[in-house]
Design a protein around this ligand. Sequence first.
Ligand SMILES: [Zn+2]
Length: 253
Amino acid sequence: MSRHDPMQGQNNNNNNNSHENNSQDFQIPTNFSQQNDNNYFTLSRSSFSSATPAVTAPTLPSVQSAFVLGPPPSRHGPIRRNRRKLRESGKSDTIPPPYSWATNQRAIIHSLNTLNSKQIFTITGDVQCKRCERKYEIEFDLREKFAQVGAFIALHKVAMHDRAPDIWMNPALPTCKFCEQENSVKPIIAPKKKEINWLFLLLGQFLGCCTLEQLKYFCKHNKNHRTGAKDRVLYLTYLTLCRQLDSTGPFDR
Ligand SMILES: [Zn+2]
């Protein structure tokens, strides 16, 4: 999201949903009195049409929000430390967005609001068949697939106990469109971690195809320095990506 993004004035303040570990670092101005309880996961699918502002911009005081809204009032927040670490390691604070649905921050995608305003409704990604080894691109309808993931989380989150269920750990893979082998098409995950197509992996529920190291990279850049088993890091990755898309959904840890 650029500083000139027309959505930037519409970030509403909803600190009730914010990260517990950084909610005091940034104060996002409230200038947007949209219905905060307009959570489409508790409403019908039709409430999520493009004409309805059923989802709001991210209310997390995240890296993305900090850049959109200008420097945080606190001089000691985690983002500042994170940026200093990046500079010390010779890495720049920002990256060229690897996809139109990704921001210039590592491991941070745009919110649904921003994607709506950019008219991005289809998310593509590269896959390869394990059997015939052909590589091709598949696409997902953003709203349809995110509604599926969100509904799954809303239904099963309590029973997950902060661990990814088996269906996330061992994703069901699509059937190959060439050789028609079932459960055979794996996502091609970018070797450079900053180029990983996180939104595509989320929508296909392919995140379990990532290595633990890739998942930890995602969590690190979202200020979750989680060291743990893959099922816990994977769970956090799912929830965090969903929160990046829709901070009003049932995606708090
Ligand atoms: Zn095949």
